[in-house]
Structure formats: structure tokens, C-alpha cells
Design a protein around this ligand. Sequence first.
Ligand SMILES: Nc1ncnc2c1ncn2[C@@H]1O[C@H](COP(=O)(O)OP(=O)(O)OP(=O)(O)O)[C@@H](O)[C@H]1O
Ligand SMILES: O=P(O)(O)O[C@H]1[C@H](O)[C@H](O)[C@H](OP(=O)(O)O)[C@@H](OP(=O)(O)O)[C@@H]1O
Ligand SMILES: [Mg+2]
Length: 340
Amino acid sequence: MSGRRVGFCLSDKKRRRMNLDAFAVFCEGHGVEVVEIDLTQPLAHQGPFDIIVHKLSDVIVDAEHDSQSQQVLANFQSYVSAHPSTVLLDPLPAMKQLLDRFASYHIMSELHKTLRDWDICSPLYLVIHSAGDLPSIQQALMTQGISFPLICKTRVAHGSLSHEMSLIFSAGGLADIRPPCVLQSFVNHGAVLHKVFVVGDRHFCVERPSLKNFPSGPCDRKTIFFNSHQVSKPESNSDLTALDEQMPCLPPPSSEAVAALVRELRVQLGMALFGVDVIVSIHTHTLTVIDINIFPGYEGVPQFFSSLLSHIKSVLDKQASDSPESTQTTGGPSAAPTGL
Ligand SMILES: Nc1ncnc2c1ncn2[C@@H]1O[C@H](COP(=O)(O)OP(=O)(O)OP(=O)(O)O)[C@@H](O)[C@H]1O
Ligand SMILES: O=P(O)(O)O[C@H]1[C@H](O)[C@H](O)[C@H](OP(=O)(O)O)[C@@H](OP(=O)(O)O)[C@@H]1O
Ligand SMILES: [Mg+2]
């Protein structure tokens, strides 16, 4: 597959984390040119691109208050509008919905309706738009049957501030929330998180440390503030992740249920590169979706490079078969062997 150019727009952190240089070498051997896009320069001078793979979440979040980010985003969007044949991985509207926990948690809350055959749910949650009076928040929690402990997360779902969260154990702890935020019911799950990393039509499950169990119901305990990156990275190990009491190992989520969940989310989100965080309730053994991430780190997925290239090639093959030229010739282009 010659002459295919794939542009990448990644933050410095993401480029290092993904090792884009190594991926470019990997793709060269398969006839795909990987080009890093400089967002500070006109994209038209750097193209053309068959596909652009990006993680513009930081730029989109910063564009809310920063004029330079607004300009970068505007330049990117104008290039994409002027080049409709360039495929975005993933589309900006799809990405934007996952940047907002108010939106992504609504998607999660609807999953049980479309996945009726599977014991899949997401925790009850309350959206807090602004700092209202605490009694009305407490009343809303009671009305919706959302019990303590609660986990409080910022509305913005990506970027450094988005991982600062808190565990709230009683009504008094509600004074510690900083709206806009969500208050999500805390589900005891035995300190094991299942990260489901999705790359196109493939997905991979990776076990990670997670928050330990806490006594159900309100208790007189101070709010615990933490950063999620201290809790669920492979190396995470703290008082927050060490179980206070021994408990029987939980069965992992069924692979069929995870596959059904990924299929549903792929359709609903219209995305190819995302991560789903899943826990298993120690009480009900229900597969519980607690988070969805844009273009995650895929740490613990050695098949990431080959899966990403395989998806890129499937997109390019579809582009070739959909292109007007392909209908003018008999039989269309011979689909280049993906070999992956
Ligand atoms: N409702 C919940 N019940 C129990 N534990 C939870 C719940 N929500 C989150 N957690 C715990 O907190 C951790 C971080 O939560 P979450 O994934 O929502 O944060 P995040 O900042 O989006 O994380 P990341 O971006 O790294 O996926 C989870 O890995 C899990 O250990
Ligand atoms: O845009 P951010 O930095 O919030 O993206 C995060 C993402 O939210 C997840 O925290 C990723 O962790 P995993 O889900 O464990 O992959 C982070 O990946 P990392 O490899 O950089 O820790 C993203 O940065
Ligand atoms: Mg998460």
C-alpha cells in the first residue's frame, strides 16, 4: 500500500507515551508513512493526509479559555472541513462528548437498556452544575437512591485537573465538592480494575490496581482526596488500593459481556480509539462501567502497534473501495494484503 500518509497530532506527553517514532518505523515496513503534524504551522503545507490520528483533548479543553488553543483548534477544523476525504481518528464531535463527564456518564447510564442480555450497568450518579445549598444536594441524592460513599469527579474528563477526585463518606463531606462535578455512587469491587482498551474492531483487557472496599452507607470519616493516576496505574500501590480485609477473588468480567459492551460503545460513540474502565461489584458480580477514556495509554497492550496499523489499513482499504476512481475501473483496486 504505497503513498499512504497518516498524520499524527499528539501532545508531548502522548507522543512520548506512545513512542510515535517507533510506530513510524513499524509502519514504514508496511508502506504507510507516518507524519507528525505541527499544529503551529498551516496543515495545508504539511498534507495531504489520508488519515489523521489525534488526541486533541488538551487543545479542546484549553480552547475554552485560551486564545492560542482556540486558533490551533480552528486551524485544525478548517483543514478537516476543506479535506472531507481525510479520515479523522477519531471525529471531533465524538471526542468532545467524552471530554464532558456529564455527557459520557449519560451514555454509560443508558448502556443497560441496550445490553439487556448482559448483566452490565454503571453506577448511579448526580450531576452538580453549581455550588447549590448542600441540603438540596443531599435531598437529591436521597431521592435518586444514591448512597454514601460517593466518588466526586470533575466535569472535565481529560487533562491534568480531571484526575483530581475525592471520596465522600457523609453529608458533611458534601462541603468538599467543587462544582461543576459529578457525584457517582462508590461500588465496592475488591480493588481490581479491568481496563478495556479498544483499537478499531479489536479490544484488550488489562487488570489494574484500584480503590479498595469501603463500608457501605454514611460514616463519620473525613473526605479522602486523591489523584486517579495514583490509584490505577500498573505500579499503583498505596493505602487506597490495599484491601483492609481478605476476600475471595472475584471472577473477571465475562469476555462475551465485554465484547458486547465494546460493540455497543463503538456504535454509540462512533470512535475507534478509546478505553473503558470496568469493575465487578463484590455484592452483585455485575459488570460496572465507571469511566470511558479518549485515546488512552494502552499500557499493557503489546499488540497496540499492530492493532493500530491494522485498523489504519482497514480504513485505507475502505477509502480505496469507496473512492470514485475505484468504481470507474473493473473490479476495483486489488485490496493490498493487510498481512496483520
Ligand atoms: N464508582 C466507582 N466505584 C468504585 N471505584 C471507582 C468508581 N469510580 C472510580 N473509581 C476508582 O477510581 C479510579 C479512577 O476513576 P476514573 O477512571 O473515573 O478516573 P479517571 O481520572 O478518569 O481515570 P483514568 O483517566 O486514568 O481512566 C478508578 O480506576 C477506580 O479505582
Ligand atoms: O488526556 P488525559 O491525560 O486525561 O488522558 C489520560 C487518560 O484519561 C487516562 O488516564 C490514560 O490512562 P489509561 O486509561 O491507564 O491508559 C492516560 O494514559 P497515560 O498512559 O498517559 O497514563 C491518559 O494520559
Ligand atoms: Mg478511568
